[in-house]
Design a protein around this ligand. Sequence first.
Ligand code: AMP
Ligand code: FES
Ligand code: ZN
Length: 299
Amino acid sequence: MRRHKLALCEEHYLEWFPAQVERAISKYHMFDREQRVLVAVSGGKDSLSLWDVLMQLGYQADGIYVDLGIDGGFGYSKLSFAKIEAFLAGRPAARLHVVDVLAEYGETLPQAARRKLRGRDKPCAVCGLIKRHEMNRIACEHGYDVLATGHNLDDEAAVLLSNVLYWQIGYLARQSPVLAAQDGLARKVKPLCRLYEREVAAYALLRGIDYIYEECPYVTGSTTLFYKEMLNRLEANSPGAKLQFYVHFLRARKEGFLGAQAAQVPLTPCPNCGQPTSVPGLCAFCRLWQPRDSRENDR
Ligand code: AMP
Ligand code: FES
Ligand code: ZN
């Protein structure tokens, strides 16, 4: 690990990695061992490694998988779920919640996105909307104290770069390893936010975690991938650049760099599902499933 000027053997890497996660959990006051954590698992290396490490560290961690019904010619969602099931086979104490979007709402993500966007855009924004809503719903319905995602440093640095390039002050204000709970919104944390993607991959490999290698079929050509490549080039030239970029942003924000912009937007409960929304009337998730006629009336 060039950024730490450190090289570790298998045994010591498997001590180092959980210690780094523990450090982030306590540094950002994410949660403690008395609290119940819901880990959002996608079948990828980050979220499965996170779940594994939290259980190893003795946290009460259950999982949630949102089955979006994405096929992409190779059964992306089914394959992702198969990886999670394989992970669970060796961990009988672990509990998983599964939300099947097709069974629950009558359409898969690609179907709903096609209808909503009329094929003009990729379904990623609708996907994010569904995942956020359903993860929050399960976290609140089952009384979890916190919802944890597997976002790593590469993810966070790429989002930061994008937010900075367009000076998205509102997004910058909310880009944090911890988002406090609000009425109807679960607390959200990202315990891997200071670990490089390749460090997480190394952990998964050494722990024998089999994960889905394929990316979501809609991700190709995304700007996030482009930003990740740019940051990798920067990192290759000056090791540690990615981490510095991210942690110095967190420090600057803490010191008031964003000023009053960090104030929260006022939220009201959606009359249908009860989850908080910044727009009057139905939330974006509930509007997604409305029949066209009532959507017109809703406007
Ligand atoms: P992504 O947005 O695909 O980069 O994923 C970021 C994080 O969101 C992952 O590390 C998971 O914690 C979570 N996540 C992504 N997809 C799913 C899913 N289908 N079900 C549950 N959690 C997910
Ligand atoms: Fe949601 Fe790719 S995972 S569109
Ligand atoms: Zn709603």
